[in-house]
Design a protein around this ligand. Sequence first.
Ligand code: NAP
Length: 248
Amino acid sequence: MKISNKTILITGATDGIGKVLAIEFSKLGSNIILLGRDASKLDKVYDQLDQSNASQKHLILEADLALLNHESAHEILKAITSEYNSLDGIINNAAILGTMTTLEDYELSRWDEVLNINLRAPFILSKTLKPALENASDPRIIFTSSGVAKIGRAFWGAYSVSKFGLKGLAEIFANELESTSSIKVFNFDPGATQTKMRASARPAEDPSSLKTPSELVDCYLWFFSEESSNSKKHYFEYDELSRKVTST
Ligand code: NAP
């Protein structure tokens, strides 16, 4: 899987899955664009990126995705196109869990925050950065799903609704782009993974019983492979994809 010299934007790159993907992809020679809301966490991750290849160039974009709008997304496009000739991929990874409560008790401001970060921001970012992606030879947009995108479960509220919405968004993007663009769109459910989000969703669970974010790297790499260029399928879950990547 040739990931070296590819330029990849990872949202929510300051923690959990996004942080590990950023560090591991940099070791494989990618240029990493770290997007996060916390400047000091971004600096710390930047310092852990591999820069051993002299042609590698990483970039920090500080942005609160809860506040992303047309103007700030265009600022992001400008920042990327002034540093790189093209963008090979966006991993729309950032999300928040919101509150685990009934719909009846769900606070409206919290509901809006979850929907803005988890659903509205990936929509704005992906549509705005499309011109930069189209300058790449085999570009990707990856959305991040969840088990609660398929079945509505009590207390998962806005998070679950945002992932249902994201599934629709990914399908629509995939369908619109398949005949008009070289951009491939995927939606991936990484499954239960040892991160701070999982710990706040399931505080009683033993984190050591879960896979680590590092175990997801091969799955994310597959999305940038030649094999995935021919995939007719857009939606993948960890169990299925990990079997596929280990058998190839
Ligand atoms: P995490 O450890 O909580 O990391 C989430 C990342 O998103 C952090 O870097 C966080 O930044 C960032 N973020 C949150 N709000 C943001 C905002 N307003 N602007 C910019 N960045 C923001 O979560 P994770 O478990 O790695 O989750 C990654 C993705 O996998 C999510 O889409 C999640 O829904 C999905 N997922 C996870 C699991 C699991 O078991 N972990 C299962 C299924 C799906 P800060 O560092 O500033 O908080």
